[in-house]
Write a protein that binds this ligand. Structure first.
Ligand SMILES: C[S@@+](CC[C@H](N)C(=O)[O-])C[C@H]1O[C@@H](n2cnc3c(N)ncnc32)[C@H](O)[C@@H]1O
Length: 243
């Protein structure tokens, strides 16, 4: 079932105000570099990275299974320069072969069972041009970032154009092995509250390395944060750039 946070147009509209662009976007723009490339932004969401890449002269495809997110992406400034495709990673099937495939915003963590992970990585590998790379991040399970996803620590008020003030908080409902399930509570008005459940998988570097090898990747560069520092037990991210 698609996560309501992305498939419901009202909730999709809250995504950008709630998730301002950050160092991750700068990292991937830098990785794409200045020489024009054929780039796929898989799980592109509202298209902010895809449109930035296209504005810099790259030939960009943005893909996402959530129509409501793609509607926002298409209407974004520069959206007309990007080819948009409604698909899950595992179901991608296009003739284009990409120099760079990016999955950011922790999209990788929505692949829950081993079969989902394998199918997504194999499909992305098949869509690479010779010498191409797939780059993505997953949160480091060792730092247990989810322990801070409490209503008190995450409560935020955001202004959404055309909607008004929306209050948002997260609340963990279960932690079962590598699977963390939480609810996002969206309060549009006193009597207008939507709750969207999400489950994410947290994977360590060794497990991820094995999945990448299984999908056909032979060369992986690893970072633990957006400043390109090494992966360590305390680094917030596990960033893989695999070819
Ligand atoms: C947290 S958002 C990240 C959006 C964007 N990459 C960003 O950084 O702003 C996660 C996105 O993953 C998409 N998604 C969910 N399941 C997916 C799948 N199986 N394959 C590809 N994308 C998926 C969602 O629709 C959503 O747009």
């Amino acid at each position: 079932m698609p996560c309501a946070s992305y498939s419901d147009p009202r909730l999709a509209a809250v995504y950008d105000p709630l998730n301002p662009s950050d160092d991750d976007i700068l990292f991937y723009l830098d990785l794409a570099g200045e020489t024009p490339k054929t780039v796929l932004d898989m799980g592109c969401g509202t298209g902010r990275l895809a449109c930035e890449l296209a504005a810099r002269g790259h030939q960009v495809t943005g893909a996402d299974p959530a129509a409501a997110m793609l509607d926002i992406a298409r209407s974004r400034s520069g959206g007309e320069k990007v080819t948009w495709i409604e698909t899950k990673a595992a179901d991608l099937s296009v003739d284009t072969r990409f120099d760079l495939i990016i999955m950011t915003g922790h999209v990788f963590q929505v692949f829950l069972d081993d079969q989902d992970v394998r199918a997504a990585l194999r499909t992305l590998h098949q869509h690479l041009a010779p010498g191409g790379r797939v780059a993505f991040e997953t949160r480091n399970p060792a730092v247990q970032e989810w322990s801070g996803w409490t209503p008190e620590e995450t409560h935020e008020r955001v202004e959404v154009a055309g909607v008004g003030t929306v209050e948002v908080h997260y609340d963990i409902t279960s932690v079962a092995g590598p699977f963390v399930t939480f609810e996002t509570h969206f309060r549009f008005a006193e009597d207008d509250i939507l709750v969207a459940p999400t489950t994410l998988r947290f994977m360590n570097q060794d497990e991820l390395a094995a999945f990448l090898a299984d999908a056909g990747f032979t060369d992986v560069t690893w970072y633990g944060d957006w400043d390109r520092s090494a992966v360590s037990p305390t680094s917030p991210e596990i960033i893989a750039i695999a070819g």
